[in-house]
Each structure stands twice: as C-alpha cells, then as structure tokens.
Design a binder for this molecule. Sequence first.
Ligand code: HPA
Ligand code: ZN
Length: 396
Amino acid sequence: MDGPAAQRSNLLTKRCALGADQDVPHSPASQASRYADAMASATNSSKSPAPDPDHVDRLSRFITGLPKAELHLHIEGSLEPEMLVELAARNGVELPFADVEAVRAAYSFTNLQSFLDIYYQGAAVLQTEADFYDLMKAYLVRAHADGVVRTEMFFDPQTHTERSIGFDVFMPGFLKAMADAETEMGVSTGLIMCFLRHLPGSAAVETFHAAADYHDQLLGVGLDSAEVGNPPENFVEAFDLAAEAGLHRVTHAGEEGPPSYITGALDALGAERIDHGVRAEEDPALMDRLAMSGIALTVCPRSNLELCVIDDLADHNLKRLADAGLTITLNSDDPAYFGGYVAKNYLDTALALDLTEADLVSFARNSIDATFASAEQQAEWTRSLDDYVDGFGLSG
Ligand code: HPA
Ligand code: ZN
C-alpha cells in the first residue's frame, strides 16, 4: 500500500485540527523519522520516542497469538479497496475512483459523518449472495490470523435493503461464510443486526419485521450511524421487539455523542454492551455505574484516531477508563477504513500508551467474558488464554 492512507495507517497520530488533506506529515524528513521501520508497521505517536523494532516484533507476535474476541466490527467496514474495485468490476458498478490507490487516498476523514458518506458509497458494490460471502469470508480469515476465537459482527441491513438488496441475498451469503469459517478455522461467530440511527425509529421497526425469517440466526441487535442528534430513545420500540424475540441488545453511544446517550442506551434500550463509550469519562456518576455493572465498552482506538475523536493515540483515555474499573475491550470497528484489524489496534495502542502485556491480556480476557457465548464456551477460550499466557511466563 502506498500513498496517504498507507502512511496514515502506520501513524499513531493524526492532524485532525489541520484538515483532511493535511493530516499526514508532508516533509520527507519527518516521514523518514516516522517510518524508520516499515516492517514494524508501528511508528510511534508524536508524544513518545520511536519504539525498538525488536520490541515491536515481539509484542506483535504476542498479540497475534493471544486468544481474543472481537465485539465491535462492522462487516461492511471490512471491505478492502481491492475487493471494492473487484466487486465493482464484477457487478458493472461505476466508481468515482480510477484505481485501488485512488480509493485509499479518499480514506481521509474529519469526523464520523465524513466516514459514513464514503462507507455507504462503498457498500453499493455489494450486490449478490457471492459478494456478501466473499466479504464475510475475507474478514474471518483475517480475524483468525489475528488470534480471534470469537467474533460478534455488526451488519447494516438498511444499507442494502434501501438499494433493493434483500435479506434473502445478504443473509445466506453471510451465514454460509460463517459456517465455512467455523468448519475450516474453528472461529466462532455471531451476527448483530444494526439499525441506522439517522433513519426514523419506525424504519428500525420495519427492518426488524423484514428480518423475521432470520431472527433465529441473529445474536442481537445494535444501533449505529450518525450519533449526534439521533438519541437512543428513538429506537425503544425496535429494541423492545428484539428483547421479546430473545435477542441481545448493544448500542453505539458516547463516540461523538454525549454521555447522556450512554445512559439512554442503558435505560431506554437495555444495552448489554456499549460500543465506543469513550465519552463516559465526562460523567462521574455514569463512570461509577459502568464500573459497578461490569457492562463492557467495545473501544476502537484506531477508529477514534481516524475519525478525529482524538488527535493522537497517546491521548486515548482507554487506560484511564480501565484503571477506573470499567471493562474495556479493544476492537477494529471498520478495519479496511481505519488502518488495521484487531491485532493492529492492540499493537498501536500498546505502543502509544505504553501498555504492558498484562494490560493486553486483561483486555483480551474482558473480550471473552463480554461475549454472548455460553459460559462453557467462554471458559474454554479463557483456558486457552491462560495456557497461552503461562507459556510466556506471564501471569494474566
Ligand atoms: N460509528 C457509528 N456508525 C458506524 C461506525 C461507527 O464507528 N462504523 C460503521 N458505522
Ligand atoms: Zn462501530
């Protein structure tokens, strides 16, 4: 990968305040100092010295082998530029980009909405069951390579149904790829159907009913898309229906939106996990509530960096949240757009925040505990995590 997006994916800092096309360093000298070791793929944040390549390599291998769950991944956000271009050609979809590099160069965001505009545009190349199969399978191969033993993935049905691509197209594609990945790689999977919060609550209810043939195949429902101005209370009816159908409930909240949206997600929607949730820190009573309840936050550090929630990974508050007793997990969100899959999120965060292996083990342990899998399955993954950690002579 070349070009601005490639450079950015190796950075732990971003110049959001300067604007989208100035968010990478321009001087070759500064780039040379930042990219001293391309193999390590982990140059330092602007706030700490360059890491030792051997340390990066060791840490990277430790992270990749660490059994973990991914709990915040939008499958449409795993659409890599190469696949986007290939599917556009396969389906005769005209793209406003000349080639893969032009697609990558467009991945420069200033906030959540600037990302969503491109993300929904990209999803338009997904048209047939085979496309959805290929998308899902490619992500699961990458997740497996990153040490993911369980992934509970979001999908956005309204992004497809509004283009007249029905549940009977994307669901069989997703489900076949998940079954194949389970058989071939042993990755355990679940699907969480997200409602788009920039659309009305009534559209979420219609979507819930449109999915009726597949309710049994769903793990839960979620809420995503543009947060500010679209509070959780708009979606009570759809979430109540989901609860009655025995589905789990999770909600994006406190990414760009205020802490009151996190409280609303808990009170109005019965959210069992909070996706992002980093703005909880602004409300001490909410912090206490989250710490006491053990409700996990599915934090996505590279996403927060790329969407300008933070300017520098070294500024991320996830360690402070963990130290305050909150249950923190690390995830990739939209890895094709934000410069890395889950292991890259662990690595970049560890380097930027000077985390120890024990910190990383605790995030991985939290991720397994916060899955919606059975207690038996969780215990099995936890045993393999403990065995792995023992093999490194670490206590988790
Ligand atoms: N936030 C909200 N909606 C989304 C995101 C996100 O990070 N990614 C995909 N849809
Ligand atoms: Zn998300």
